[in-house]
Design a protein around this ligand. Sequence first.
Ligand code: Q46
Ligand code: ZN
Ligand code: ZN
Length: 315
Amino acid sequence: MKCRVCRGPAVIDIRRHNANFCSEHFLKLCRDQTAKAIKDFDMIAAGERVLVAVSGGKDSLACWDILLDLGYQAEGFVIGLGIGDYSASSTDYARRYAASRGVLLHEVSLPEVYGYDIPTGSKVAKRVPCSVCGMSKRHLFDKAALDGGFDVVATGHNLDDEAAVLFGNTLRWQTDYLGRQLPVLPARHGFPRKVKPLVRLGEREMAAYCVLKNIDYIVEECPMAAGNKHLGYKEALNAIEVTSPGSKHDFYFGFLARASAMFRPEAEEEQASLNACTRCGAPTSNPEVCAFCALVDRAGGQIPVTISPRVRTSA
Ligand code: Q46
Ligand code: ZN
Ligand code: ZN
């Protein structure tokens, strides 16, 4: 197996590119693919400050690492979700990475600051843990980015994630979600810009990237992920990819090029009808209090006026 670029011994084959790569050229490919996504979708301009949503997993750490190597000013933000040992351990991976690169990591603990953890929030809201978790994370990342004066929030969603979400949304024709499933969401109505720089790279490539760059990441899955529908969608797409390499890429990028615009008016209409939460000011489709503030109320916590003093920063 030889590297497509230098003909030296290859360490990875990427079937959708029909090519093998040595370590050096694979790492370059990851940077190049990320730079191409950033350029094609106008994700980040030179000199902008980026807040990377970090979980301690391979994708978010690889995303942070690649952005730093590409020369972006990228700081990390990790949320303590209170999911037992899993959360403590994932935060530690994020801290170790930040220390190894000498970069800033901002932290906020959901139980310490807002008085609930994901298992409790899920019970109180009578919603599956991932739904409460996703809503809480989105709220806190948006807030941290706006409070900290960042231009953009970057997440580590990769091609496998996006193809699986698209598959789920298409299976049920969730047209409102389809209109919002973009690699970049512009800043508006109180939301910061959100970007997914890894959309051109797959899950397996991100694991290989971390191994080759000696980035230690949390390998164990979140214990609350069991039963998550996206895992099933990923398996289904993986089975298709085996016999038809490139299917995930064509499915996702074909959607962006040829179908996504059809669903945008519905999503934009929904965005335009958002109100400001009477408690925290965040945009919400609820008439008064946003879903996050409502959950904090019901879970028994208090919303601090600002979380900034409680955000710890390590470098
Ligand atoms: S952390 Fe949260 Fe994930 Fe765990 S509870 Fe679900 S959403 S699976 S990325
Ligand atoms: Zn090579
Ligand atoms: Zn609110």
